[in-house]
Design a protein around this ligand. Structure first.
Ligand code: JBU
Ligand code: MG
Length: 382
């Protein structure tokens, strides 16, 4: 079998699908995308296709190493997102050729179902209580929300109190009948992470995500020393080589690589293993589409330390399309009592509605995250 063609489709809300075709008619789908930089990743995918067309798609490990190493420069969000989507599509092809779901090719199930969580509250954490009430009716009991709005490198006790008040309100409304992670989303600088974590401590969130920006990872062990709240990070780390420093330094209790940003299934399966060796939980980041989610699940179902899976149903970013709009086998993604079952069809287990993808790709938006500014006009982390 040989790879014959790579086709990319940018689609709403902010995703991109990759179709890899072969000379034997087997097709694989991937989701190479970096939110807000879809066209850049698209260019990277087509540059990398020079290594792929004419090659045997079954040699995923060799193709991965060529894509990672042969271009001299490596790593980072763009190249690793491009490699990620290509890797996903190659695993999809391999599973279809062998008539097996990807998790079988990785050694089989370690669990019967996977716990998922849902976002509440949007960019500016508001209306969280009603969101939680609505989603609980759908069987969810685990959530994630933004912890703050814009926050200065050093900011007021009032801002800290506002952030904490929202969390206190949730605990007052639901007690510990629900669990939630608080995403600092890179908005909190090191000087404010300390007081904010301290003030949140009494409410015992399930985790605090990106307590500081990934480029400030040296603060993770220091912050972990001062708080019992499990710290989580990973969506802005892109390979084993980024994560190894975090494992060596300690401080992170949950790693959250994104299967569409961190080199795909081949790379994230290895990251999950590194995490397990360090007694760190694995909870892939996935605010994206169905192929990204299916790729996460393929690794979740073979990783003992996989604990939680993000999924984007109803997420505030999904304007113009929802998680399963481009999927034919929607039922396979059913969430019951906050859990999702393995996707048992061969490959990644996603049946893409190609006609719908092609139609939607004709006027795909160039999604961008907002540019936030502080009161003084300086750029604020979004
Ligand atoms: O889902 C999360 O945890 C996020 O922090 C969302 C963020 O990654 C946006 O997708 C960036 O555009
Ligand atoms: Mg996040």
């Amino acid at each position: 079998m040989r790879i014959t063609k790579l086709t990319t489709y940018r689609v709403p809300p902010r995703w991109m699908f990759l179709k890899i075709e072969t000379d034997e008619g087997v097709v694989g789908w991937g989701e190479p995308v970096l939110e807000g930089r879809a066209r850049t990743v698209e260019a990277a995918v087509h540059e990398l296709s020079e290594y792929l067309v004419g090659q045997d798609p079954s040699r995923i490990n060799d193709l991965w190493q060529v894509m990672y190493r042969a271009g001299f420069y490596r790593g980072g969000p763009i190249l690793m997102s491009a490699i990620a989507g290509i890797d996903q599509a190659l695993w999809d092809i391999k599973g279809k050729v062998m008539g097996q779901p990807v998790y079988e090719l990785l050694g089989g199930l370690v669990r019967d179902k996977m716990k998922v969580y849902s976002w509440v509250g949007g960019d500016r954490p508001a209306d969280i209580i009603n969101d939680i009430k609505r989603l609980r009716e759908g069987g969810f009991d685990t959530f994630k929300m933004n912890g703050t709005e814009e926050l200065g490198i050093v900011d007021s006790a009032r801002k800290v109190d506002e952030a904490v008040a929202r969390i206190a309100e949730i605990r007052a409304a639901f007690g510990h009948d629900i669990e939630f992670g608080i995403d600092f989303h890179g908005r909190v600088a090191a000087p404010m992470a300390k007081p904010l974590l301290k003030a949140l401590e009494p409410y015992r969130p399930l985790f605090v995500e990106e307590p500081v920006l990934a480029e400030q990872a040296e603060y993770y062990p220091r912050l972990a020393e001062q708080t019992a709240i499990p710290l989580a990070a990973g969506e802005r780390m892109f390979s084993r080589f980024d994560f190894k420093r975090v494992f060596q330094a300690g401080g992170i209790a949950i790693v959250q690589p994104d299967l569409s940003h961190a080199g795909g299934i081949t790379e994230c399966f290895k990251i999950a293993g590194m995490a397990e060796a360090h007694d760190v939980a694995f909870a892939p980041h996935c605010p994206l589409g169905p192929v990204a989610l299916a790729s996460c699940l393929a690794v979740d179902f073979v990783s003992h330390n996989a604990v939680l899976q993000e999924q984007s149903m109803g997420i505030h970013y999904n304007k113009g399309a929802e998680l399963l709009d481009f999927v034919k086998n929607k039922d396979d993604f059913r969430i019951e009592d906050g859990y999702i079952n393995p996707l048992r069809k061969p490959g990644l287990g996603v049946e893409i509605d190609e006609e719908r993808v092609i139609e939607a790709s004709k006027n795909a938006p160039d999604w961008r995250n907002p540019v936030w500014r502080h009161a003084d006009g300086s750029v604020a982390e979004w």
